[in-house]
Design a protein around this ligand. Sequence first.
Ligand SMILES: CNc1ncnc2c1ncn2[C@@H]1O[C@H](COP(=O)(O)OP(=O)(O)OP(=O)(O)O)[C@@H](O)[C@H]1O
Length: 215
Amino acid sequence: MDQFASLLAPGSIGSVHTEGPSNSLHLPWLTTSSVKQYTLVFPIITGENKICLGLKKRGFGVGRYNGFGGKVEPGETVLDAAKRELLEEANITAIKISSCGRMYFAFENSPVLMDVHVYRIEEWEQEPEETEEMLPKWHSTLPAAQAESVFLPSIPFDNMWPDDELWFPLFLAKKSFVGRVDFNKPVDGEKNSKMEDGPMRKWWFAEASLDSMKA
Ligand SMILES: CNc1ncnc2c1ncn2[C@@H]1O[C@H](COP(=O)(O)OP(=O)(O)OP(=O)(O)O)[C@@H](O)[C@H]1O
C-alpha cells in the first residue's frame, strides 16, 4: 500500500455514496509515489439549471467535456490556480467561487496521484468564450427530456471522463464530496491509446465535509 492509500480508503472520510465495480473490490489500490495538485472549476447558474462545460481542445483529456482547470503552479495557492486557469481557459474572472469536492486519480502506468480540487462558481465577470485550450458550451443540468424543452443539451456523460457520472449526482445536489478512481492501463493493441484511455479499475465516492481534508 502506498502512503496515500490509507488516507483514501472508502469509509475513512464521510459516508460512501458509490463504490465499485463489485467484481474488483478485492483488488488493491494502485501504488503511487508522488502527488500533484490540480483544479477543476464549473460555472453554474443554479436558478436556470445551467452548467458551462468546456470541450478540451488539446492535451490531457482532449476531446472530452469537462470543467476548467489544470495544474497548480509552484508558489501558487490552489484557489489562485483555480481562478488563473478559469481566466486562461474560459476568459472569465471568478467573483463567487466555492470549494465543493476533492478527487484522487491514479493510473496504472503513472507513479503520480492526481489530487483534484473541485470548485463551483456562481458569479463571474465576462462571458465564457473559446480559448486555445477549451470550447465552452452551456448545458442543462436537467434530465434529457426536460433539457430539450429549454433548448439546451443535457450533460454529455458519454463524452466526458467516465468517472464524472459517479460524482456528478453529489456535485449537482450541492453536496461536498471526496473520492478516488484508479484506472487500468489501456487495453493492449488499442490504436492511439493514451495513458488516460484505460478502463476504470476501482472507485469510491463519499459525501463528506472538505474541512476534514488537508489542503
Ligand atoms: C481522470 N478523471 C478525470 N476526471 C475529471 N477531470 C479530470 C480527470 N483527470 C484530469 N482532470 C482534469 O483535467 C484537467 C487537466 O489539466 P491539464 O490540461 O493537464 O493542465 P494544464 O492546463 O495545467 O496543462 P497544460 O500544461 O497547460 O496543457 C484538470 O482540470 C484536471 O482536474
